[in-house]
Design a protein around this ligand. Structure first.
Ligand SMILES: C[S@@+](CC[C@H](N)C(=O)[O-])C[C@H]1O[C@@H](n2cnc3c(N)ncnc32)[C@H](O)[C@@H]1O
Length: 307
C-alpha cells in the first residue's frame, strides 16, 4: 500500500473525531514512529510503499485510533518537558500546561539548591505517570523526590519510567530518544501509595522545600463538553471531582502542606480555571501568606502558588 493512500484513508477515518489538521498530525506521528519516516516522505517519495510486514500492525493501530483511543495510548508514550514518558490507560496523559508547573518548580528548586549543602526535598501529590516527579528529579541535580498516588496501577507506571530526552530534528515529526543523564537508583523518585484525602502517613518524615500537585479537578458537569477520546479512555479517577465539592483535593493538599512544607518552602498546584478564586481562598484560609494565581498559555488561571 502506498503511504499516501494509507494517510488519505486514515485522515478520512479520523475526521469524525478530530479536525483534519489534528488527524493528519496523529497519522504522521504514528507513521513516523512505526516506519521511521519523516513527515514529508509521502510528498518527497510519492511512490513510497509501506513494507508489507508493517501493514497489519498499522491497520490495527488505525482501528484503535478510529475507535477514539488517544494516539499516546496506541504508541505507549507521550513527550513531556523534552522527555519521553510511558503512558497506559492507567494514567493520565501528561498535558502541556503541566510543563509550566514543572518549569516554575525547577526555577525555584535550582535557586534554593544554590544556597543548600543538602538535597532539595520535593513531594509530588497525585503523581500519576510520575511525569512531574521524574522531571524534577532529572532537572534539579541532587534533589530527593517523592511521588504519591492512590492508584497502585498508576504507581506501577510511574516506578517503571526511564525517561529518555528527545531531540527533534528538522523535518522529523517524531523525535529520536537519545541518551541522557541517568539517575543513580538513590536519585530516582520514590513512589508510594496513599490517599491524600486522608492524613499524611506517619512514615513520611521531614519537611519538603517544594510540594506540587496536579490533582483531579474537572467537575462532573464539565464531562459533557469533553471529547470522547478523553472521557472514554483516560481514568475517571485522574480527572473528575464532584460538582458539589470541586475543591476537596485542594483542601487536602493544603492540609498536607500545612504539616509538610518547610519554612520558606513553596507549593504549586494545577487548578480548574473556573474556580481560581475559590482555590486561592483555600490556601489563604489554611494560613499561607503568599498565595498567587498563575496563568497557562491561553491566559487562563491554571496554577496556584503558595508559601
Ligand atoms: C490529573 S492526574 C495527574 C497525573 C500527573 N501528576 C500529571 O500531571 O500528568 C491526578 C492523579 O491523582 C490520583 N488520585 C486521585 N484521587 C487520589 C487520592 N485520593 N489520593 C491520591 N491520589 C489520587 C489519580 O490516580 C491520578 O493519577
Amino acid at each position: 500500500m502506498l503511504l499516501g493512500d494509507f494517510l488519505r484513508e486514515g485522515v478520512s477515518r479520523l475526521t469524525s473525531l478530530y479536525p483534519a489538521p489534528e488527524a493528519r498530525n496523529i497519522l504522521h506521528l504514528l507513521c513516523g514512529e512505526r516506519l521511521g519516516i519523516d513527515r514529508y516522505t509521502h510528498v518527497t517519495e510519492p511512490s513510497y510503499t509501506i513494507p508489507t510486514e508493517y501493514l497489519s500492525a498499522l491497520s490495527d493501530d488505525l482501528d484503535r485510533l478510529a475507535s477514539g483511543e488517544p494516539v499516546q495510548y496506541v504508541l505507549g508514550f507521550e513527550e513531556f518537558c523534552g522527555r519521553r514518558f510511558k503512558v497506559s490507560p492507567d494514567v493520565l496523559i501528561p498535558r502541556p500546561e503541566t510543563e509550566i508547573l514543572c518549569a516554575e518548580a525547577i526555577r525555584i528548586g535550582l535557586l534554593v539548591s544554590k544556597d543548600r549543602s543538602g538535597p532539595i526535598r520535593i513531594l509530588d501529590l497525585c503523581t500519576g505517570s510520575g511525569c512531574i516527579a521524574w522531571t524534577l528529579a532529572l532537572d534539579i541535580p541532587g534533589s530527593e523526590v517523592y511521588g504519591v498516588d492512590i492508584s497502585e496501577k498508576a504507581l506501577a507506571v510511574a516506578s517503571s519510567q526511564d525517561p529518555a530526552p528527545v531531540v527533534r530534528q528538522a523535518h522529523q515529526p517524531v523525535p529520536e530518544p537519545v541518551e541522557g543523564p541517568v539517575l543513580e537508583p538513590a536519585e530516582r523518585p520514590v513512589f508510594f501509595q496513599a490517599d491524600i484525602l486522608l492524613e499524611p502517613p506517619v512514615s513520611l518524615s521531614g519537611k519538603f522545600d517544594l510540594i506540587l500537585a496536579n490533582p483531579p479537578y474537572i467537575m462532573e458537569s464539565q464531562k459533557a463538553e469533553m471529547r470522547p477520546n478523553v472521557t472514554e479512555y483516560e481514568p475517571d479517577l485522574a480527572l473528575f471531582v464532584p460538582d458539589g465539592d470541586p475543591l476537596l483535593f485542594y483542601r487536602a493538599i493544603a492540609r498536607w502542606a500545612a504539616s509538610l512544607l518547610s519554612v520558606g518552602g513553596t507549593g504549586i498546584v494545577e487548578i480548574n480555571e473556573l474556580i481560581g478564586d475559590g482555590t486561592v481562598a483555600v490556601f489563604k484560609d489554611s494560613g499561607f501568606q503568599n498565595v498567587e494565581l498563575l496563568n497557562d498559555f491561553y491566559g487562563k488561571n491554571r496554577f496556584v502558588k503558595f508559601s
